[in-house]
Design a protein around this ligand. Structure first.
Ligand SMILES: [Zn+2]
Length: 505
């Protein structure tokens, strides 16, 4: 009899500073696919599910895939949305618990719900109540997980991405699947421990392309080759969540059948966590003000590729509103030519532009509608509509390649020399198709301003003449003190820059 494994993907990165809730419709408009439909869309792409299926083929499992549900990073998940998706996973576990050999879950690790701070811990609690303490459960997490002690207690194995930009989803899915297979066959008996440091997040949000984290990821990979060490994960944390268990963690999944593995796992976790702590003052990014960024753009020689300006603070990928206007205003004031800006997430403006035709000249108030205190208020602009679309695209970059994606109702408005991509759906810029599908060719522009912290680098660095990073003052500003934290334990770095470590037992 082949082993029977239940799989599911349920991911959300929750920004507790954002107003409102993430509701079921937000999942439905992003990814909300059951069973075979999920496998058809995601089963052969760079996804955890594809990695789970690789493991299944390798070991000959029978897989029951329940659901793949993702929504763009945003406000806390509403109870009804959480109960719907978690409910489907739990119902499937209840129905098949007598035939199940194991469970594989792709989670984020930074989900906060309307009613609890630890969405993943809550899901695992509900599942354990159904399948009991001995059912093998392996979990993958995003590198930006705020990984809690509860998650480590309830999952046998935790495997997080080791890349930011995230490009190893399928690889990590396979790794988690192989650990689950070893557990189901009795070759190992994994447990996961956790080391944590009092920081809001790793100082460079876990950048794996540059900076002090590079040798730490190398250490983690090397440690995974040691006997009894099954997975070593560095979670940079997610600082836009005002919760008790915020911050960077190192988790090590080790084999309790090997006598020395636990103490070695503890040593590995603390050593890497010490490295994160020691690097807390080392910032890889230089955050420019919007005027400085626009000044660099106005004298930029684009003969070797465009200047890419990343609006770090208004990254929809960390739950910022994506409608901040400060950078666009500075670019317009600087009189830039042959430039692009996107996305401007403004459903009202996108709908208004769709009441006109391509070629029309229109005036409107653009962006800045959610919270003008973070990133600037609405901008009065007049421009020519040069493209109208339903927002659909097939991505082709290293992160989303092959996957269908949609910005919803979308328009391109040319304001002076800047093509502004006005969209409806909340999604950061990380794939060139997010411009190209709407007629904006980034490689042919002199200046491309985009809303993303780090993921854009995978697709845009290869065409860039230069990359600069800007803090527009929007909700995900790296100036942490602009957000009012109430629930994180104090002192914490960098809110208290002289935070000291508690003495270890
Ligand atoms: Zn992430």
């Amino acid at each position: 009899m082949p082993r029977h494994v239940l799989t599911a993907e349920f991911a959300h990165e929750s920004n507790t500073f954002k107003k409102g809730f993430t509701v079921l419709d937000d999942f439905r408009s992003e990814t909300y696919l059951q069973g075979e439909a999920a496998i058809a869309e995601r089963g052969n792409a760079n996804t955890e599910l594809a990695g789970f299926l690789d493991a299944a083929r390798e070991a000959g499992w029978r897989v029951s895939h329940v659901i793949s549900a993702h929504a763009g990073p945003g406000a806390r998940v509403a109870r009804a949305a959480f109960d719907d998706i978690a409910g489907q996973i739990c119902a499937a576990a209840t129905a098949s618990r007598h035939s199940l050999d194991g469970i594989l879950l792709s989670l984020h690790g930074a989900m906060v719900t309307e009613f609890c701070e630890d969405g993943e811990g809550e899901l695992l609690t509900r599942l354990r109540a159904i399948v009991g303490p001995d059912m093998p459960i392996a979990v993958t997490l995003d590198l930006h997980a705020n990984c809690t002690p509860l998650m480590c207690d309830l999952a046998d194995a935790i495997v997080s991405y080791k890349t930011y930009p995230h490009i190893d989803m399928r690889e990590r899915g396979l790794q988690a699947g192989r650990i689950l297979e070893a557990r189901m066959s009795g070759r190992s008996r994994p447990r996961t421990l956790r080391a944590h440091r009092p920081m809001l997040d790793e100082i460079n949000s876990g950048r794996s392309d540059e900076g002090p984290m590079l040798p730490l990821y190398a250490k983690a990979r090397a440690a995974e080759r040691e006997p009894g060490i099954l997975a070593v994960s560095i979670n940079a944390g997610f600082s836009d969540a005002d919760i008790r268990d915020v911050g960077p963690t190192v988790t090590v999944t080790y084999d309790t059948l090997q006598p020395a593995a636990e103490s070695r796992a503890r040593a590995i976790a603390e050593d890497i966590a010490d490295g994160i702590w020691a690097a807390r003052f080392t910032s890889v990014n230089t955050y420019l003000g919007v005027e400085e960024a626009a000044a660099i753009a106005s004298s930029f020689d684009a003969s070797r590729g465009p200047l890419i300006i990343a609006d770090y603070a208004d990254n929809p990928g960390s739950g910022a509103y994506g409608d901040a206007t400060n950078l666009l205003r500075a670019m317009l004031d600087a009189g830039l030519r042959n430039a692009a800006f996107g996305p401007m997430i403004d459903p009202e403006a996108a709908a208004f532009l769709h009441t006109h035709r391509v070629g029309d000249t229109v005036s409107l108030a653009l962006g800045g509608k959610n919270d003008p205190a973070f990133g600037g208020g609405p901008l009065a602009v007049t421009g020519e509509i040069i493209h109208l679309s339903n927002g659909d695209m097939i991505c082709d970059g290293p992160i989303l390649g092959g996957l269908h994606h949609s910005y919803g109702t979308t328009a391109v408005l040319r304001v002076d020399g800047i093509d502004v991509l006005v969209v409806t759906a909340n999604s950061q810029m990380l794939d060139q198709q997010q411009f190209k599908a709407f007629g904006i060719m980034p490689a042919e522009k002199s200046v491309v301003a985009l809303k993303s912290m780090q993921h854009f680098r995978a697709a845009f660095e290869p065409i860039a003449g230069r990359v600069i990073v800007c803090d527009s003052g929007a909700l995900s500003t790296p100036r942490y003190e602009r957000r009012t934290y109430r629930n994180v334990p104090r002192p914490i770095f960098p809110l208290e820059r002289n935070t000291e470590l508690p003495t270890r037992p």
